[in-house]
Design a binder for this molecule. Structure first.
Ligand SMILES: Nc1ncnc2c1ncn2[C@@H]1O[C@H](COP(=O)(O)OP(=O)(O)OP(=O)(O)O)[C@@H](O)[C@H]1O
Ligand SMILES: [Mg+2]
Length: 221
């Protein structure tokens, strides 16, 4: 159980511009890793590739020893829905659904809406969202929206959590709450977490930092 990047290269455009220059590393099961570096260093590009949302131009990513590129579309959807939790800078909640419906969406997709209802309730309580269940995203504060998005990412108890600047739109207090939620998902549920952040303090909260310099693993200077 791990995520293994082998010589991951990513190029965009024509003529191709190389953004990731052959990255190799392993994220062990249950590890909390931060991916940091300056703007444009390739953090989001790498996270998308690690999390099956994009594919490398060459090289491979193996999750639990399997190459997502070799799964059928249906298998990949099911794997993402059950095993991967995504949190982004912008919450991507569905505006026409209530907070509770948004959180339960991955469960409903998996045919487990009823089975996960109790867990949804406990996430609302754990994330101090009690009473917000039937509000739509537009009626929630930015911090509340992000906590709803994280609850949605955790509803299926995924083994992997991928977060891209999840604190980017939040004030310091709300940013710390989000970091605390991610740390607890790691510590108490054993989730493997890959967190993209340009905040050195948050990057340092991880067990290990992957620091990118122009698409290569480098050192913070
Ligand atoms: N789809 C794309 N097409 C062309 N170029 C892209 C694409 N996605 C990213 N890039 C380029 O790849 C480089 C790295 O982008 P990326 O989004 O990974 O950076 P980042 O480290 O996440 O930056 P930030 O901290 O600003 O979010 C940038 O120069 C960007 O313009
Ligand atoms: Mg980015």
């Amino acid at each position: 159980m791990s995520i293994e990047a082998k010589d991951v290269v990513k190029e965009f455009g024509s003529p191709p511009q190389r953004i990731l220059h052959g990255l190799s590393f392993t994220i062990a099961d249950g590890e909390f890793v931060s991916i940091s570096g300056r703007s444009g260093s390739g953090k989001s590009t790498l996270l998308y590739i690690l999390s099956t949302l994009d594919q490398p131009s060459s090289g491979r990513v193996l999750i639990d020893g399997r190459d997502p590129a070799e799964l059928s579309v249906a298998e990949l959807h099911d794997f993402r829905n059950r095993q991967l939790g995504f949190v982004f800078q912008f919450h991507y909640l569905l505006t026409e659904l209530t907070a509770l419906e948004n959180v339960l969406l991955p469960a409903v997709k998996a045919g487990e809406g009823a089975k996960r209802a109790e867990r949804a309730r406990s996430l609302f309580s754990e994330f101090q969202l009690e009473g917000k269940e039937h509000k739509r995203p537009g009626q929630l504060s930015g911090g509340e929206q992000q906590r709803v998005a994280i609850a949605r990412a955790l509803i299926m108890e995924p083994r992997y959590i991928f977060a891209d600047e999840p604190t980017g739109n939040l004030d310091v207090a709300n940013g710390l709450i989000v970091m605390d939620i991610l740390k607890r998902a790691h510590r108490e549920r054993g989730a493997t977490v890959a967190l993209v952040t340009h905040e050195p303090d948050f990057a340092a909260m991880a067990q290990r930092e992957i620091y990118l310099v122009d698409g290569r693993i480098g050192a913070r200077s």
